[in-house]
Design a protein around this ligand. Structure first.
Ligand code: PLP
Length: 295
């Protein structure tokens, strides 16, 4: 994977191509010590049909919604399109046979300024689909449920919690992942304090019950996933219906199939939750993965 970094100036709508291994971000940037910024990670899939930026528009719309939630300037679609195209050009020039990779793009608030002016910073760089992701796609994952520490549906009463915005403040999500690892599981599954299943630290949950696909309602307190929405948009062609629902842990344990879905993972089977073995639907896992990679 090439060490390309694109530095973006959202104010002048310009960018420059530079080197990911060189120091680039001043520590005084508010993203560095406050996590004050937003990001997206989008999967780029390449095959005989060409190059697909999976859920490109869903990602960009969520980037704009996150910017709005944090009172950052509205991202310029032409600028970010050019940035993404530049990353793809760099990656494919370095490795013409590459079949998939991710692009992480971000915007921070920039420096703390005394004049109150806002000068955000942007950047984008490629991320590999690593062995860990490939293993999860092939073998599935185990999870432990963890209390998210707030009641479901609190977001509308507490907009400052930024629930539903994809911010650069992921220390809690990272800690949950480590906690799961220390307790013998691959993943955490967040549950609201009042018992509603929410999401993983970096993925949404979908379950199948008969001919119904179910996923927690983003309003309950989670990130509205581009991958989950992509799958829901294709439910009918799989002979399934798709709905949002309040799920408890029992619903997940007794489901006919359960998946962690996200841009880089695509869809991975949830095989075990809190030590309970779950039903695995290998066929649907493969179909989900194909649908997502086709974008
Ligand atoms: N939930 C959280 C907290 C995430 O960080 C992510 C993605 O990283 C997702 C869900 C899945 O979102 P997407 O399918 O858009 O990648």
């Amino acid at each position: 994977m090439t060490d390309t970094l694109i530095l973006v100036d959202p104010t002048s709508s310009t960018f420059e191509i530079t080197d990911l291994t060189a120091p680039q971000l001043p520590v005084t940037d508010l993203s560095a010590h406050r996590g004050d910024g937003i990001f997206e990670t989008v999967l780029v899939s390449r095959g005989s049909a060409g190059t697909t930026i999976v859920s490109r528009e869903r990602h960009f719309q969520r980037f704009c919604a996150s910017a709005s939630a944090l009172s950052l300037p509205e991202p310029d679609p032409h600028l970010w399109d050019r940035v993404i195209a530049a990353v793809i050009a760099e990656v494919t020039a370095a490795d013409p046979s590459i079949t998939e990779f991710g692009i992480r793009y971000a915007m921070s608030r920039g420096e703390q300024r005394t004049d109150g002016e806002l000068r955000p910073r942007g950047w984008a760089f490629p991320v590999p689909v690593d062995e860990h992701i490939l293993a999860a796609r092939a073998q599935g994952v185990s999870a432990v449920s963890l209390d998210r520490g707030f009641d479901a549906y609190i977001g509308s009463k507490a907009p400052w919690l930024l629930i539903g915005a994809k911010t650069l403040s992921y220390a809690v999500n990272q800690a949950a992942g480590r906690y799961a690892g220390e307790h013998g599981a691959d993943e955490a599954l967040f549950v609201s304090h009042d018992g509603v299943v929410l999401e993983g630290p970096t993925a949404n949950l979908i379950i199948r019950r008969g001919e119904l696909l179910l996923t927690p309602d983003p309003e309950a307190g989670l990130l509205s996933g581009t991958t989950q929405r992509l799958i829901f948009d294709h439910a009918a062609e799989l002979g399934l219906r798709a709905e949002y629902a309040d799920l408890g842990l029992e619903d997940v344990k007794t489901a006919d199939g359960a998946w962690y879905v996200s841009s880089m993972r695509t869809a991975v089977a949830l095989r075990e939750l809190d030590g309970n073995t779950l039903a695995v639907d290998e066929t649907l896992t493969k179909r989900f993965q194909e649908i997502i990679r086709a974008g």
